[in-house]
Design a protein around this ligand. Structure first.
Ligand code: NOJ
Length: 571
């Protein structure tokens, strides 16, 4: 197989001369409980993040997105917020948040914070007031309280399932001890859904946005952005709710051109009015404040409606994450992504890992690399670590060569796999408990980062404590072991991010290149760089006159080996 004859093919995306920072940024996701611990309790915190911001500068990213650090009982690792205007003592104080933003700005990094508007914690003052106030009260009208069905109200108001497993309704108990109304929770029972038909809810979140914008944050990542508005009457639905359909990955790809039906709890027209209102607020601030939506919506043309000119700025591209490791599927998703986003003038984003999915270094080591289990544990198929890492490095180099904005999840720059043999009794993800262990849940991708190979707790915390154990083989993946080591994943990311910046790849265009190897190799030109990603297990001959700028693995004798990406300069 040879790439000797690369011929120009479809132009999927043209260069973008607009200069807002978020159009081309590489944004690094910090999951605060697992990034760095300054206090020594084994749980990461904001002072820990601040102290390690230099790492992000050295890596070469443009911005940081922080997962929630607000006051929370931590029933869903902080995605259950009890006070949107305060920092949980676990993570520090408001002053620590201010110090983090100030230091990041000094270092030239933007800061995006998480906004969780679909639900609050059941320990939020509003929900407590709703319980106390009783049926029919204005306090209950901020949530979805309903009487149950059945003779004594003993059946839930509809048949919706929680995304974490089990019913999406929980029955309350009245003060006199008798069973009361039910409330809706698309996630855990400790995460009651807000009713976005209620103007008080709108007013509250507008104020929360201003609270953080006034403190200087550069934007928001909006949690469950497609779920806030429910169909009127909350009708029954027999479909299966999931953060992304088809956990085998097939659906997201097959549905690129189709129409996704996600039931009466998702992607309702009313959500767009919320983004328009929030955009108006963001636009009153200086400095290109930005909003990225976590909307698990298909097809891509439907997702692009969240990033129309007067709505959010970006949306996570989960179709790319779900496309697996197959050249024609990836090409199709990449082309469709540009088509959909270019039509509304928004940048396309790219993401391979986050705190909700098995890390790509592990996913891609599975027998079927498009398979996306919700967590891996004892007794499950264990990934081939070597193959997974090789493919993950190739996938990352492919991603970073694409025009648009890329998201990097903490630790992927080290090639971290999931902890795939975590003891079940250490797990904390509510999805594990609500499915009776049928889903292992997301703890495996949330293990504290390794900073120093020889230190206790791999340098995560000054005491060596870590809230989840780190696999022993992570010592060699620690930042200090990889820094300056030729060929390390960390140095690969650094080199890629440097070249991406120097070559202005984020703002570039994408022209596909055709070749006899098209079934195995993705080939495209972005400005002065040609990206070749060999996704198969056959060796492919490189063009003879190629200058290799960077490669995800060793190249020998003019060959692009299996599971390898190269960035080339061609005459
Ligand atoms: C999406 C978040 O990324 C996830 O971690 C969380 O469990 C759910 N939304 C509910 O907030």
């Amino acid at each position: 197989m040879t790439l000797a004859a690369l011929t120009p093919d479809l132009v999927a995306h043209r260069p973008d001369t607009r200069t807002e920072w978020w159009r081309h940024a590489v944004i690094y996701q910090v999951y605060p409980r697992s990034f760095a611990d300054a206090s020594g309790d084994g749980i990461g915190d904001l002072p820990g993040v601040t102290a390690r911001l230099d790492h992000l500068v050295e890596l070469g990213v443009d911005a940081v997105w922080l997962s929630p650090f607000y006051r929370s009982p931590q029933a869903d690792a902080g995605y259950d917020v009890a006070d949107y205007r305060d920092v949980d003592p676990l993570f520090g104080t408001l002053a620590d948040a201010d110090a983090l933003v100030a230091r990041a700005h000094e270092l030239g990094l933007r800061v995006i914070v998480d906004l969780v508007p679909n639900h609050t914690s059941d320990e939020h003052a509003w929900f407590q007031a709703a319980l106390a106030a009783g049926p029919g009260s204005p306090e209950r009208a901020r949530y979805h309280f309903r009487d149950g069905k059945g003779e004594h109200g003993e059946l839930p108001p509809n048949n919706w399932e929680s995304i974490f497993g089990g019913p999406a309704w929980t029955r309350t108990t009245d003060p006199d001890g008798t069973p009361g109304q039910w409330y809706l929770h698309l996630f855990d029972s400790k995460q009651p859904d807000l009713d976005w038909d209620n103007p008080e809810v709108h007013a509250e979140f507008a104020d929360v946005l201003r609270f953080w914008l006034d403190r200087g944050v550069d934007g928001f990542r909006v949690d469950v952005a497609h779920g806030m508005v429910k169909a009127p009457g909350l009708p029954d639905w027999d479909g299966h709710v999931a953060m992304i359909d088809g956990s085998d990955g097939s659906h997201a790809v097959d549905d690129v051109d189709g129409s996704g039906n996600h039931g009466p709890m998702f992607d309702q027209e009313g959500v767009h009015e919320i983004y328009r209102a929030w955009r108006r607020i963001l636009d009153t601030y200086d400095g290109d404040r930005a909003m990225v939506t976590e909307a698990w919506v298909e097809p891509l043309s439907r997702l692009a409606r969240y990033v129309r000119p007067d709505e959010a700025h970006q949306s996570f591209n989960f179709a790319f994450l779900a496309a697996g490791w197959h050249a024609p599927s990836l090409r199709r998703v990449i082309t469709a992504s540009y088509e959909a986003n270019d039509a509304v003038g928004a940048p396309t984003t790219w993401v391979l890992s986050n705190h909700d999915v098995v890390r790509h270094a592990s996913r891609m080591g599975l027998d079927d690399p498009t398979h996306r289990p919700n967590g891996i544990g004892h007794g499950d198929e264990q990934p081939d670590a070597g193959l997974g890492l090789q493919r993950a490095r190739a996938a990352s180099l492919l991603m970073l060569g694409l025009p648009g904005s890329a998201y990097v999840y903490q630790g992927e720059e080290l090639g971290l796999p999931d902890h795939t043999a975590l003891d079940d009794d250490l797990r904390e993800d509510p999805a594990f408990f609500r499915t009776g262990g049928a889903e292992r849940g997301r703890d495996g991708c949330r293990v504290p980062l390794p900073w120093e190979g020889d230190a206790p707790g791999l340098g995560f915390s000054p005491t060596g404590a870590t809230w989840l154990p780190q696999p022993a083989e992570w010592a060699d993946l620690a930042v200090d072991r990889q820094r300056g080591r030729e060929g390390s994943t960390y140095e690969l990311y650094r080199a890629a991010l440097r070249l991406r910046r120097d070559e202005n790849l984020g703002a570039g265009g994408l022209q596909w290149l055709d070749s006899p190897a098209r079934e195995h190799v993705l080939a495209f030109r972005n400005g002065g760089v040609v990206v070749l990603a060999n996704l198969d297990d056959v060796d492919v001959a490189l063009p003879l006159d190629a200058e290799v700028l960077l490669a995800s693995g060793p190249l020998a004798d003019g060959v692009l080996p299996a599971a390898t990406t190269a960035w080339l300069r061609l005459p």
